[in-house]
Each structure stands twice: as C-alpha cells, then as structure tokens.
Design a binder for this molecule. Structure first.
Ligand SMILES: CC(C)(COP(=O)(O)OP(=O)(O)OC[C@H]1O[C@@H](n2cnc3c(N)ncnc32)[C@H](O)[C@@H]1OP(=O)(O)O)[C@@H](O)C(=O)NCCC(=O)NCCS
Length: 199
C-alpha cells in the first residue's frame, strides 16, 4: 500500500535498551526486523476506517461513549495533523488524531485518540507519533494542546495537569493535561472545554 504524502520514515531496527530485540529478531531475516521501518504520513480519508479499527482494537469497548468524543461529534479532525504509521508492507502500526476545541474563549488542540497496535507497542512508535505531530501543530500556528490521559505516560513529552480546565463530565480532572507549543500558552487559560464552533 502506498502512503500518501509521507511525513518521514523512522527506522526502529536499532531497538532501545528498554526493549531489546528478541533473539529470533537478532538472527536477521525475521518479519519483525524487516518491518521495523515505519513511514509516518498524514491521514487521508481512505485511512479512516482502518484507523477506527485500530482504535477499536486498542481501546476498551464503548470508547465513543467517553466525554471527549462529545467534543468531536460533527467536527472534523484538524487537517494535516492526524498521522498514520505504516510498515513497509503498508500495515498500520499506529495512528494519532487531533480535534480543535475551545477552552473558555481560547482555541486549543485536543490530542487523541493515539494508539499503537498491541504487537508494536513499546518500540517508541507512540512517542514518535506524539512528538512529530506536536511539531506539525506548532508549525501550523497552534499555541496549546490538551488531552485526557495518563500523566505517567504523557509527562515524558512535557504534558502537565491543567488546573481550571473543565472537560465535559464525567472526566477525572487529574487526567486533564496540557502542553505549551509556545511559551506559557496555558498561563491564565481556564474554563469549560467546548466543541469547536468556528466552522
Ligand atoms: C499509549 C500508547 C499509544 C503508547 O504507545 P507505544 O508505542 O507503546 O509507546 P512508546 O513505545 O512510545 O513508549 C513506551 C513507554 O511508555 C510506557 N507507557 C505506555 N502506556 C503507558 C501508560 N498508560 N501509562 C504509563 N506509561 C505508559 C511504557 O511502559 C513504556 O515505558 P518505558 O519507555 O519506560 O519502557 C500505546 O500503548 C497504546 O496504544 N495503548 C492503548 C491505547 C491508549 O491507551 N492510548 C492512549 C490514550 S489516548
């Protein structure tokens, strides 16, 4: 499968110390080793249902009942920020999407969902998708990003708990995290997170 508009390719064939290659992979010629080169590309409409299937696989059933999905209803993801990661055979290894939201009277990006196929987790692909899309978001002129997620994971990218930013209930406030794309972007920003209304 050809990846439209590739953003860049990343070679995972040099595993991290925390995730050493198993012996069978080190022997060479294994499928895992050969497919460790991932290409990140902007998501296209043709990717939509495959990404949905990946999210269904990676998240608990009923994910669309989460309050964050009410902020996505009838709103398109942000153009050019949602990414897919495919191996050389075109198999989808991970994906990330972003939606625009309002926080009080201010604009922000809502990161997520982000997911990596269970067979590819722990190889750095999630981190790569997050870090690269944050750079793209900065290039697009966005100032701030928020998400609802696990602080122990997202803190490594610089996300911190947001005080006074209210997601639609029920959301655990401890999981509402923010990231500055420009210095002090979240300073003084508070209020309810609402669905994008700028068309
Ligand atoms: C969360 C997810 C996207 C991370 O992708 P990944 O490619 O496995 O992540 P990376 O390889 O970049 O990072 C792996 C590291 O993150 C840690 N990690 C992964 N999920 C974590 C979590 N929920 N909380 C804390 N740490 C977490 C791993 O333990 C590992 O730690 P290490 O670097 O110390 O070994 C992936 O595990 C996934 O798809 N999970 C299911 C869906 C989900 O929960 N999505 C996020 C919510 S929107």
């Amino acid at each position: 499968m050809e990846c439209a508009d590739p953003v860049f390719a990343h070679d995972f064939r040099r595993p991290r110390a925390s995730n050493p290659a198993p012996d069978w992979a080190k022997a060479g010629g294994s499928r895992r080793k050969e497919s460790a080169l991932f290409t990140l590309a902007r998501e296209t409409p043709a990717d939509w249902w495959e990404v949905e299937a990946l999210y269904d696989l990676c998240f608990a059933p009923g994910r669309e009942a989460l309050s964050s999905y009410r902020l996505r209803d009838d709103v398109s993801p942000v153009d050019g920020l949602s990414l897919t990661a495919r191996d050389p055979e075109g198999i989808l290894g991970g994906a990330i999407r972003f939606w625009p939201v309002h926080v009080g009277r201010h604009d922000a990006l809502l990161l997520g969902p982000v997911a990596v196929h269970p067979t590819r987790q722990g190889e750095g692909l999630g981190g790569l998708l997050i870090q690269h899309s944050l750079e793209l978001a900065r290039d697009q002129g966005w100032s701030r990003v928020m998400l609802v997620g696990d602080a122990p994971y997202y803190s490594r990218f610089g996300f911190e708990k947001l005080d006074g930013v209210e997601m639609p209930p029920p959301t655990n406030p401890e999981r509402v995290l923010g990231y500055d794309l420009v210095p002090n972007a979240w300073e003084g920003i508070s209020g309810k997170v609402t669905r994008w209304s700028k068309g």
